[in-house]
Design a protein around this ligand. Sequence first.
Ligand SMILES: [Zn+2]
Length: 198
Amino acid sequence: MTQTRTHSRPLAFALVALIVGVAAAIVLKPDASVKAALERPFGFVSIGDARGGGFGAADGYVGDDYLDVWADLPALNKLQPDLREAVRAAAADAAADGVELKVTSGWRSAAFQQYLLDEAVAKYGSYEEARRWVSTPTGSRHVTGEAVDIGPTDAADWTIRHGSDHGLCQVFANEMWHFELLTTPGGECPALRPDGSS
Ligand SMILES: [Zn+2]
């Protein structure tokens, strides 16, 4: 019994040190903050701000919640039908893999897109930098119903790896959440473009 006690104290210290070490590793894990930032890409944050701009569901504003792929809202209803079907099929595949695939933004009106661009210019301080993240009303594939933003991060990651089964491709290297139909089902996606201004 005495022998057990003399050994148990160093053991307890070792255990505490291990717990503190693991906790520190979790808290300080560098990619945790990166992932959190990706969960709230700029366009998404801005869409949340868009309440102040007076935009609603009719303009494709979807709020802060992740949207179910079957939601009956203009953001989904005004997507090109083949893109909408691809996203729904991908969501079914993702679900089979245990991943919940949701939509954070789909179709947007031109006025809403202009508002997002104006907000981005104010946020980034220059039109050039804003354009790396937000397209113009005439250039945005969201306005034409040809682009969809997918979340959360694990769903976007899943779509990067498996989306091409349904023709879905990541387009911009700086936007892991933005997908367009850029290949035939099972085909190869084109090379990534650096950002939306390229
Ligand atoms: Zn997008």
